[in-house]
Design a protein. Structure first.
Length: 433
């Protein structure tokens, strides 16, 4: 099975798919899956643009809306995690994961699925120490501060991923795990710093990248880890104490003459090439659902015995099936390019996505995403029962590590400090490997 990996998408799906189709013709190969490492920009209409944390000069409808509207269909099964340039209102509706358009699957704020037997885990967003221990308090419409904090990684989602058992084939994140630079040859590090000289301080102080990403890397030990965010290609191999190794690769954004795409092979399996649920992840999601933090208060994480939930999930999937439903329903009107300004009217607020509703019904869980930014009565009762758990994991605010100084907006940083920044012309329809 051949899997293609893309760095930052920035809405240029047409260019990425065209590149893969060109590659198939030239190399006489068949691509089975596309993995995208964030800044996907699943913008359905101009109203979604208001939920995009992005400098005005980078705001554009681009091409995703055509796949959402059904004007085009993704020629490859596509899976992605969120970055820091996203239509956060739409992705919040699919917090647990789901199809943002036919054949295009969002892995969720954190998630694990299988495709053709390949186990793919991922974490959306970027790490900012100041927001890490907060809950998901942001609600649409976002104020300027919430527009940025909504895509910051939260401890609750990371803790769920840390409960995973078994081998992970592929892990996908937007920002890099902290410390991966130390695992590359020095010549590659120097080449990185020649290309991105403004990261030298972070590299020398070993604060480049995500602290929770580092924790996940060394706990889960995936075979591959793919990232983007810093708009450069960089590879490393992380050797773990148990003789396992993780091959790390970061890729650039989709622009001409940039290294934004890589194809790799995985062993063929007898599994059909479709997205299926990961039973371990479903059990973890079900077990920790009462702890989902919906306020600014620090996460209160309690140990939960997972085995009863694993048994419940396995029985449920035996009854319902493990294939992720592919039925797609639009939850907002698509962009209309022939309409003046393409406007489709203002959104009325949070929309319950049928996929999310069905997912929670599968796990017999209540819907919380449109709750007020505080604990619900259902959560309060569940947490009060867990409060007496002797295995509670305490939180210590004094343990916070030094905050990395890499800003949220790499685009703006590059534009102001990198004289080699390449703008994508409006009439540029081709991208290159």
């Amino acid at each position: 099975m051949k899997i293609a990996v893309e760095g930052c998408v920035h809405g240029h799906l047409d260019d990425i798919y065209a590149t893969l189709q060109h590659l198939e013709r030239v190399e006489n190969v068949k691509i089975d899956l596309l993995i995208c490492c964030g800044d996907f920009q699943a913008i359905r209409n101009e109203d979604d643009m208001e939920s995009l944390a992005c400098p005005p000069k980078y705001r554009s409808m681009n091409s995703f809306w055509k796949y959402y509207a059904g004007v085009e269909r993704a020629p490859y099964p596509t899976i992605f995690v969120g970055g820091n340039h996203e239509a956060s209102n739409y992705l919040w509706d699919l917090y647990y994961g789901g199809f943002v358009a036919p054949n295009i699957y969002f892995l969720g704020f954190a998630g694990v699925v299988k495709f053709g037997g390949v186990r793919i885990a991922g974490l959306s967003g970027i790490y900012k120490e100041g927001d890490y221990r907060k809950g998901h308090f942001e609600r649409y419409p976002y104020d300027p501060s919430d527009l940025r904090s909504v895509y910051h990684v939260r401890e609750y989602d990371v803790n769920k991923l840390l409960q995973l058992q078994g081998a992970i084939d592929v892990f996908v994140s937007h920002d890099w795990p902290r410390g991966v630079v130390k695992h590359a040859p020095q010549r590659d590090v120097e080449q990185l710093l020649r290309h991105k000289p403004f990261f030298r301080k972070e590299v020398e102080q070993d604060i480049l990248g995500s602290t929770p990403g580092k924790e996940l890397l060394h706990k889960l030990k995936p075979e591959y880890w793919f990232s983007a965010h810093l708009h450069t290609k960089f590879a490393a191999v992380i050797h773990h104490p148990n003789k396992k190794a993780t091959k790390f690769l970061a890729l650039d954004k989709c622009l001409p003459r940039r290294n934004f795409l890589q194809v790799f092979d995985v062993a063929d399996t007898d599994s059909p090439l479709e997205f299926t649920y990961d039973d371990d992840w479903l059990a973890i999601t079900r077990a920790h659902h009462p702890q989902m933090p919906l306020s600014r208060r620090p996460v209160q994480w309690y140990h939960v015995e997972l085995e009863p939930h694993r048994v419940w999930v396995r029985k449920r999937l035996a009854e319902k099936g493990s294939t992720i439903p592919t039925k797609f329903i639009q939850t907002a009107p698509p962009y209309e390019p022939n309409k003046p300004g393409g406007r489709v009217g203002k959104s009325s607020g949070h929309q319950r996505n049928p996929q999310t509703v069905a997912f929670l019904e599968l796990l017999d869980l209540p819907y919380l995403l449109d709750s007020e930014p505080q604990s619900t009565p259902w959560q309060q009762q569940a947490l009060s029962q867990a409060a007496a758990d002797p295995d509670e994991i305490p939180l210590d605010d004094e343990d916070a590590e030094e905050k990395a100084v890499v800003p949220d907006d790499i685009d703006e940083l590059e534009a102001s400090r990198d004289p080699d920044e390449i703008e994508l012309p409006d009439d540029e329809n081709e991208a290159s490997l």
